[in-house]
Design a protein around this ligand. Structure first.
Ligand code: A3P
Ligand code: MG
Ligand code: MG
Length: 378
């Protein structure tokens, strides 16, 4: 059964012509062998500066600079500087795929396999793919993905659900501070130059991002996606991207086996999905106490995360995540039949239900900007 779902967009529930097609997300349907996933390779990168302006270079890339003695307790106060030295990105500005499209516009002539490759590919953000990977296990937050086909290429861009928007606008102060703390940890762990030292005295500006652009393949689906990279390790065994990148995370300090189990079941799944997709080999976590001080650091190699949950009957399985993602991409490929940048197929999902589709024209869902459409159409 799982074999059918893996690449079986033409089989199973997606083939029905009426009622409207939908895709089930139950984990049990996607058990099976791990699908083909090509080792991700980096095609390029770009940076966003403190004013959120695009630059086709690596100026925003930071360098992994952990405290010298990994075994002793670090001395990071994650609440320091809040709120005076916090400049959060304006989340009301919907950027869609714009920054990635700008990179693509400037590099589409240099893609391996030529423009023909792009015509058969899926273009999206890594974060959107992460949400797809974790869908069979997600019980809290739904999602909406807008899809348009243009000159063959399938573009996928997330739409904030009404529930997510309401939550964001009502975000309580403690959650705002918790968000700051995640970024503050990055500041304690990164330097601006290779071999430099972190400088936690500056402001935390979440407009700044370094993004890697990667190419991979899942089953028959060619992928071009971009994701933010927290830092590169100048001392990594391989200094070649994406193997040089390190993902930084914070989490609550754990004291009991039950707390670890819950961490493996829920948070580690998200960490794995986020880093596995772009081939980032390790996640370095800072565990904070209730006062917001990082008490210990721990490295989780991405390829060893599954071992921590493998024997848990209530755990997650990477094959399920990847098989579901492949089935979703087949479902999208078979659904988005019309090639029109103003036409949007909106894929919606809420926990415990299937993925459903609705079709829309122009505002508010169309997301391919005219500057991109016009430039590529020439
Ligand atoms: P944590 O490392 O503590 O999660 P990322 O780890 O993906 O590089 O993100 C950096 C920080 O951004 C996170 O730190 C968290 O503070 C914030 N963040 C990322 N995704 C978030 C989300 N969906 N909701 C709230 N905060 C988020
Ligand atoms: Mg990040
Ligand atoms: Mg991070």
């Amino acid at each position: 059964r799982a074999g059918e779902m893996k690449d079986g967009g033409a089989e199973g529930p997606t083939k029905r012509t009426h009622p409207a097609p939908s895709l089930p997300t139950d984990a049990s349907l996607y058990v099976g062998s791990f699908p083909f996933y090509r080792r991700p390779s980096e095609l390029g990168h770009f940076s966003l500066d403190a004013e959120r302006r695009y630059h086709g270079d690596s100026r925003a890339l930071r360098y992994f600079a952990p405290p010298p003695i990994h075994t002793s307790a670090p001395d990071f106060d994650l609440r320091e500087g809040y709120p005076e030295r916090y400049r959060p990105r304006n989340e009301e500005i919907r950027e869609g795929l714009d920054h990635l499209l700008r990179w693509l516009l400037e590099h589409r002539g240099q893609l391996e396999g030529g423009p023909g490759w792009l015509a058969g590919a899926v273009v999206t953000w890594r974060g959107h793919l992460t949400k797809l990977l974790t869908t069979p296990y997600e019980r809290q937050e739904g999602w909406q993905l807008a899809a348009s086909r243009f000159l063959g290429t399938l573009y996928l861009s997330e739409v904030e659900t009404p529930a997510a928007r309401a939550q964001r606008l009502a975000r309580p102060p403690f959650l705002r501070e918790l968000m700051y703390m995640g970024y503050k940890f990055e500041q304690y762990m990164c330097a601006d130059t290779p071999g430099g030292s972190p400088d936690p005295s500056g402001e935390v500006n979440t407009n700044v991002e370094f993004c890697s652009v990667l190419q991979s393949q899942l089953g028959t689906h060619h992928l071009l996606f971009s994701g933010e990279m927290d830092c590169t390790d100048p001392k990594a065994p391989s200094t070649q991207p994406p193997a040089c990148y390190v993902e930084l995370k914070t989490s609550k300090e754990m004291h009991s086996p039950g707390q670890w189990r819950s961490f493996y079941r829920h948070k580690l799944l998200k960490w794995w999905a986020q880093s596995f997709l772009p081939g980032v080999p390790r996640v370095v976590a800072g565990f904070r106490d209730p006062a917001g001080a990082v008490r210990s650091l721990k490295t989780f190699p991405t390829m060893k995360m599954f071992e921590l949950i493998r024997n848990d009957r209530e755990g997650w399985n990477p094959s399920v995540c990847m098989n579901f993602c492949a089935a979703f991409l087949s479902f999208v490929q078979n659904t988005v039949t019309q090639d029109d940048p103003r036409l949007v197929y909106l894929f919606s999902w809420e926990p415990s239900g299937p993925v459903t589709v609705s079709v829309h024209y122009d505002a508010p869902y169309a997301f391919l900007p005219t500057w991109y459409v016009d430039a590529v159409t020439q």
